[in-house]
Design a protein around this ligand. Structure first.
Ligand code: MSP
Length: 511
């Protein structure tokens, strides 16, 4: 029985080096995965690389190396960037792995033998974009007659292919999205998908004979599997399809496939239909986010707008990086990156917001109580306990709805309120009056307890700062071992806990 929250990113083409657009999808998925872990769920978070197809074979040939050597050299660039960004995946799939070849052949066989002739031999001739690895229809061309995505000339490709009878799945797909509208989000993207289905689906070719860098069809080895059929299958390979039935049943269907809007059609139409044809359940949700743009253009290597995440992490730090993209971009819409807005957010929300709150509270605990968390009192905390409780509920709802920016913003409502609370209660004044020692203790307890909860709530966004804060407060165990909602219940910080004045969490940046 399914008991695992299964979340995926697209698998990336390793002929490119990663840029912040790729980082965007993966950090968002990592945030959601971490949030579900914090909720105590069993989570399986998958990412990886899409290593077959003509484009890779060509790029390798241009570089003068054999294709496997080429992908073996490129693929580590991706793992490195996920490490840099504190992405804690549970599994990393490469489509050149044997386990994947086995799963693709298994899925192909299941569809081929389903008794409905869903795979048949035919001839195909159409303009093909090698960069997309996709045959194009007229509405996908730009005014120059080039691929609308890459603005590259198309090649007329004609060959004998096996086809998948997608045209037979329109009805079932419509029924699926009517019964489960949440299976494709956001709503505007679902509407696009629905109108594509309603306008009539064409069969698509699932094999190629013009090159050999791919997985041979089990019944006709002259053909290699079309790279998209191969790539989509990664999501069931990693869930142990055809290899470990019990694990597959615990994991599949995926709870959410995060994708960019460019690859929605493959995920929301082709993929569920392929699964239906094999008698498998479609994913519970495909969530298509927008593009990151720089100076108004979609980021891409070919247009020289690609920024490597390291360029930002070196300057801002990984926590600020993760925070910025999650907070700044409305998940689902396009978002523009600018250095200036990243400096502004880091200074306002991190250095002056959470960072300042933490350093003030830890400094006062140290000066007034020798670092020891004092005894609190219920009436000293003002609205903080109620705000915390409310934010925990809102945070949960926003993550469930994938309103990721709102989720993060709600946590910062606590930061703002706690900073405001200190301004109003003026503990630095109370400290000057020995007779108000009890009041001072109450205020600092409430502030420190708020910080403790903030460390827990921030962990999915910024695991490093959260761990540092947790340790500086002197809390036992690790922050990632905490579980919501229990860990956010007011009063978890034990009086007598020994805190320490740490280094500032976020330095102020000059620009
Ligand atoms: N290999 C395929 C996906 C196969 S999934 C079964 C592929 N790879 S890709 O490397 O070209 O891009 C993958 C994803 O990167 C996009 O769908 C999107 O999620 C992300 N992005 C690439 N550029 C992006 C932006 N400029 N902005 C946001 N995300 C972007 O397509």
């Amino acid at each position: 029985m399914k008991d695992t929250f299964y979340v995926t990113t697209p698998i990336y083409y390793p002929n490119d080096v990663p840029h912040i657009g790729h980082g965007y999808t993966t950090v968002a998925a990592d945030f959601v995965a971490r949030y579900h872990r914090l909720r105590g769920e069993r989570v399986f978070f998958l990412t990886g690389t899409d290593e077959h197809g003509q484009k890779l074979q060509r790029t390798a040939a241009e570089a003068g190396v054999d294709t496997q050597t080429f992908v073996d050299e490129m693929e580590p660039r991706w793992r490195e960037v996920w490490e840099l960004l504190d992405v804690a995946y549970d599994d990393y799939i490469r489509t050149t792995e044997t386990r994947h070849e086995t799963a693709v052949k298994g899925l192909l066989t299941a569809v081929h033998e389903n008794g409905r002739d869903d795979i048949y031999l035919g001839t195909y001739e159409a303009p093909y974009c090698v960069a997309c690895e996709e045959f194009k229809t007229d509405d996908q061309l730009n005014e120059n007659g080039n691929c609308a995505i890459h603005d590259r000339p198309l090649e007329l490709v004609s060959e004998e292919n096996y086809f998948f009878r997608l045209s037979g799945y329109g009805e079932r797909l419509l029924e699926h999205y009517t019964a489960h509208p949440e299976a494709c989000e956001p709503e505007s993207r679902r509407n696009e998908v629905l109108s594509l289905i309603k306008s009539g689906l064409k069969d698509f070719s699932i094999s190629r004979t013009s090159f050999d860098w791919g997985i041979p069809l089990p019944w006709d080895e002259k053909h290699v599997t079309y790279v998209w059929f191969d790539a989509l299958t990664n999501y069931i390979t990693a869930a142990a399809y055809g290899q470990d039935e019990e694990r597959f049943a615990r994991t599949w269907p995926a709870d959410v496939h995060f994708v960019g809007k460019d690859i929605l059609r493959f995920h929301a139409i082709y993929w569920p239909a392929m699964l239906m044809a094999a008698g498998l359940e479609p994913p519970k949700q495909v969530w298509a986010h927008g593009f990151l743009t720089v100076g108004g253009e979609k980021m891409s290597k070919t247009r020289a707008t690609g920024i490597h995440p390291k360029q930002l992490v070196d300057h801002f730090g990984v926590d600020a990086y993760r925070y910025y993209f999650l907070r700044e971009v409305q998940f689902g819409q396009d978002g523009s990156f600018s250095w200036e807005s990243m400096v502004a957010r880091s200074n306002a929300d991190l250095a002056n917001g959470l960072g300042n709150l933490a350093s003030r509270v830890l400094a006062m605990l140290s000066s007034y109580f020798g670092g020891e968390v004092p005894e609190g009192s219920p009436d000293a905390a003002g609205d903080l306990p109620a705000t915390v409780a409310d934010v925990v509920r809102r945070y949960d709802r926003h993550v469930a709805e994938m309103a990721l920016s709102q989720a993060v913003a709600s946590v910062w409502d606590v930061v703002d309120e706690a900073n405001q609370y200190l301004v109003e209660r003026e503990p630095w004044k109370l400290a000057k009056d020995e007779s108000r020692r009890g009041e001072l203790a109450g205020v600092l307890y409430a502030a420190a307890e708020t910080l403790r909860v903030l460390a827990v709530l921030c962990w999915p966004v910024m695991p490093r700062a959260a761990s540092t804060l947790w340790a500086d407060l002197g809390c036992a165990g690790s922050v990632e071992a905490q579980r919501l909602p229990g860990a956010a219940v007011w009063g978890g910080l034990a009086p007598g806990t020994r805190s320490r004045r740490g280094k500032s969490l976020f330095p102020r940046l000059e620009g």
